[in-house]
Design a protein around this ligand. Structure first.
Ligand code: GRF
Length: 204
């Protein structure tokens, strides 16, 4: 039933997974000082640091990362603010058991600075997406989305804060569905056995 979370920084999504009672057996970071590592240690969760800078190539880093992950034999690998693009071979190895959370309503606004991009585009609805990872960055079958209203006067920071609160709700839900074997994938579309809602609309 184990889950390995990959982080690069704050780690609040990883923390949400832990606090929701998900069986996080290890947290691996590509950044030595990642804030989230401290929280994981405080909960007695195994932590590993694998600095990508110390590897000669992306493939070498990916292979070392896979070896660290496989030592925990997880059923699920959850990218939780992992700011490193993973190569096709890595993605293929974890195909169907690799989830990511992205702070936008995909397929809108892949990549970085999603909140600023959403404000610049003038969208009235923004949010976050949990999706299976495929070789194309910030694409892949969508498991659940949460939507928040964009308010007049929002800054990227205020919008990010409301989206983050939703991230902490939907990521644990998606991970639980996965570990309970409730996610079905067909032709790139994900459904949940039992038809639980795959959309959360924040009242805020
Ligand atoms: C989150 O907004 C997540 O969606 C994105 O990076 C941020 C990481 O935050 N991929 P945290 O490290 O989980 O607090």
């Amino acid at each position: 039933m184990a889950l390995v979370a990959l982080i690069s920084g704050r780690g609040s999504n990883m923390r949400a997974l832990v606090e929701a009672g998900l069986p996080v057996s290890a947290v691996i970071s590509n950044v030595a000082g990642a804030q989230g590592l401290e929280f994981a240690r405080s909960r007695g969760i195994a932590t590993k640091v694998l600095e990508h800078r110390k590897f000669a190539s992306r493939d070498a880093f990916d292979a070392a990362l896979a070896a660290e992950i496989d030592a925990f034999a997880p059923r699920l690998v959850a990218l939780a603010g992992f700011m490193r693009v993973l190569g096709a071979a890595f993605v293929q190895r974890y195909e169907g058991r690799l989830l990511n959370i992205h702070p936008a309503l995909l397929p809108s606004f892949p990549g970085l600075d999603t909140h600023a991009k959403a404000l610049a585009a003038g969208v009235k609805l923004h949010g976050c997406t949990v999706h299976f990872v495929t070789a194309e960055v910030d694409h892949g079958p969508i498991v659940i989305q949460a939507a928040v209203r964009v308010r007049a006067g929002d800054s990227p920071e205020s919008l990010a804060a409301r989206v983050l609160a939703q991230e902490h709700i939907v990521y644990p839900r998606a991970a639980r569905w996965f570990l309970d074997g409730r996610l079905l994938r067909q032709n790139g579309v994900v459904t949940v056995k039992g038809n639980d809602a795959q959309l959360v609309v924040s009242p805020d």
